[in-house]
Structures are given as structure tokens and as C-alpha cells.
Write a protein that binds this ligand. Structure first.
Ligand SMILES: Cc1cc2nc3c(=O)[nH]c(=O)nc-3n(C[C@H](O)[C@H](O)[C@H](O)COP(=O)(O)O)c2cc1C
Length: 328
């Protein structure tokens, strides 16, 4: 029988791209990953894959992982509440090639609540332990299993117990999104909670919550003792946050055009779907001084005609290659 201890974490640097539903699907991840050396960005995660009732088949996991591979690992994140289907899905993810599997104990959505999954689990550390243990047993030493938690539901008093439960289940790393469920995504990220988790467990902790700049990546490690730092929304505004490279407006526009083209060519998104995804990203966007002012940004967020946005981005990028046909 294979060793059931978690294998070594495969990250190539301490800086990780957070799982983000509706964003970190393969097209977005690839345009980020292809712009980073493994020593700048150490790894990424898929959006969460919800497991309710029946296990997710291997072909679906293959879709979430996408066809391209880079120097950095992309972990497959699962969210569910039943050990059997979750463990079978973890096995399917590994067979599909996932180099690590993560379990989501942080999603605050109503859907997660309904299934008693995601952050709804935070009041039940024993169930967190059981779910992690089931996935670690299914992984059977092939890849590490990690867990992503929040600091609690309403308050943070149970943080240490939650982190220890994930560790007891066999998690090889615990990512701590330092807000509580009730704090959602508010500007109140308290990094001392990451430090408390670091003190509570022996496995590496990945700190997460309001890392806004490249300098914050190292600052979070220094101030909390966490081994890894994960970036969510700031990477949507500046995908180069991991390397700290200052890009030009042309590079910023090229990123957005490459992402749009990938959604069209690889995922057959219709023009309105692409427009929606690009505008969502633009709402966070800060890189490359693409917008001369908040008013200019606001003007593009209110734009109704995709063609006008593509033309403007092509002009910024200095070349015209995107032609999103309405018939697709
Ligand atoms: C649009 C969006 C989607 C998210 N989807 C997920 C998800 O699928 N899985 C997960 O564990 N966290 C998800 N999160 C939470 C992020 O991974 C991260 O924990 C959170 O944004 C805090 O980090 P930040 O302050 O750097 O943004 C999502 C966040 C955002 C903004």
C-alpha cells in the first residue's frame, strides 16, 4: 500500500494566485502563468468545483485543469460536505493530473450554506477533519491535499481549533483567508489571525486577505510567519503583482486582449460573455496606467458596445488582432 502521508508541496515560489470562481478558469490562469517565471508566481488554483451528492467525473476535472501546463502547479479546489463523493472527486482530480487538491472551507455563498459546505463547515471542526482525512486517504500519497479556511463564521475565537482540525485530517498546508464569513470581503483583513494559525499548527500556513501590493507579499510573511502568501482581488487589478514588474499600458491592454481571445477561441464564449468577463476584470484593473483617471475607467465600465472596447484596447496595445464575431 502506498504511503498515505502528504507528499511535498510543489509550489515554485511562496506567492500563489487564489482560487476565484468566475475568474480563475484555464484561460485567465494561462494568461497570468505565461507572463510569470516559476520563481515569481509559485502556483495557482482552479475555481472551486462543487461536489454535492455524486462524485465529479475525471473528464470534468480535465476541463477545469485545462490543456496547458507551466512550471508552476495548478491545484484543483473542491467544495462539498460528504466525505464519500468528495474523496472520489479528489481521486478523479488526481487521475486527471492535478498536482494537488484543495478543499474549500471558506465560500460564504448561499449555495454553500444550502449544502452545508464551504464556510458553513467552520462551526464543525470535526467534520472538517473528516473531510480532509477522506481526501488524504483517496490521494493515497500521490499528491498533497491542502485546505482553505476562513477565521470563523461570526467571530474568530475558533480559528486555532479549525486550523488544527484540518491539520489532524492530514492537510499539507492550510490557507487562512483571515476574514470571518460575516466579514465577507470587507476591508478589515486582520493579519494577526494568520499569525495565530501559524502558532497553532506545524504544517505550513498560507496567509490570505488584502495583500494589495508586491511589497505586501513579503510583509505578510514577515509579520505573520506564514510560509506562503496568496493573492486574490489585487491580482485581478494587477496580474504582475507577483513579480512586481511595472508594465506599460500596451502590455496591460495586450493581457486583456489575450484573455478575450482565449475565451473566444478555446471556450467558444459569445461576444457578450467575453465583454462581461473583461469588464469584470476592468472593474478591478490598476496595471499599466491603462486608465488615465477614475472617470476614464468609469466610462469604459459603462460602455455598452463591445466593439468600441476592443478598438480602444487594440489602440492601447499598439496592434489590432481581436475581431470578436457576433455570430460565434
Ligand atoms: C470573484 C471571487 C471569487 C472567489 N472564488 C473563490 C473560490 O472559488 N474558492 C475559494 O476558496 N475562494 C474564492 N474566493 C476568495 C479568494 O480566494 C480570497 O480568499 C479572497 O478574495 C481574499 O483574498 P483577497 O483579499 O486577496 O482578495 C473568491 C473571491 C473573489 C473576489
Amino acid at each position: 500500500m502506498r504511503d498515505q502521508m502528504p507528499t511535498a508541496l510543489p509550489f515554485t515560489s511562496p506567492w500563489l494566485l487564489a482560487p476565484m470562481e468566475g475568474v480563475t478558469e484555464p484561460c485567465f490562469r494561462d494568461v497570468v502563468l505565461e507572463r510569470h517565471e516559476p520563481h515569481d508566481l509559485g502556483g495557482a488554483y482552479t475555481e472551486f468545483v462543487r461536489v454535492s451528492g455524486t462524485p465529479i467525473p475525471q473528464w470534468k476535472m480535465t476541463e477545469h485543469l485545462g490543456p496547458r501546463r507551466f512550471g508552476q502547479p495548478v491545484g484543483l479546489q473542491l467544495m462539498g460536505s460528504e466525505p464519500g463523493p468528495l474523496a472520489a472527486s479528489a481521486d478523479a482530480a488526481i487521475r486527471a493530473g492535478a498536482p494537488l487538491v484543495d478543499i474549500n472551507f471558506g465560500c460564504p455563498s448561499k449555495g454553500a450554506d444550502k449544502d452545508c459546505a464551504g464556510s458553513a463547515m467552520l462551526d464543525y471542526p470535526d467534520r472538517i477533519e473528516t473531510l480532509v482525512r477522506a481526501c488524504v486517504a483517496a490521494a493515497c500519497g500521490r499528491v498533497p491535499v491542502t485546505a482553505k479556511i476562513r477565521s470563523g463564521i461570526r467571530e474568530d475565537a475558533g480559528l486555532e481549533e479549525i486550523a488544527r482540525a484540518a491539520e489532524s485530517g492530514g492537510a499539507a498546508m492550510i490557507t487562512v483567508h483571515c476574514r470571518t464569513k460575516e466579514e465577507r470581503y470587507r476591508d478589515c483583513a486582520d493579519w494577526s489571525r494568520v499569525a495565530r494559525a501559524v502558532a497553532a499548527v506545524k504544517v505550513p500556513v498560507c496567509g490570505n486577505g488584502s495583500v494589495e501590493t508586491h511589497a505586501d507579499l513579503e510583509r505578510m510573511r514577515r509579520e505573520t510567519g506564514c510560509k506562503y502568501t496568496m493573492v486574490g482581488r489585487a491580482a485581478l487589478g494587477n496580474p504582475w503583482i507577483f513579480s512586481g514588474r511595472q508594465v506599460t499600458a500596451a502590455e496591460a491592454a495586450r493581457f486583456l486582449l489575450d484573455y478575450a481571445e482565449a475565451l473566444r477561441d478555446r471556450r467558444s464564449f459569445h461576444e457578450n460573455g467575453i465583454f462581461g468577463r473583461i469588464k469584470k476584470l476592468l472593474s478591478f484593473w490598476t496595471a499599466g496606467g491603462l486608465f488615465a483617471s477614475a472617470a476614464v475607467k468609469d466610462r469604459w465600465l459603462r460602455e455598452k458596445e463591445p466593439e468600441r472596447l476592443w478598438a480602444w484596447l487594440q489602440e492601447q496595445a499598439g496592434s489590432g488582432t481581436l475581431h470578436v464575431s457576433k455570430s460565434r
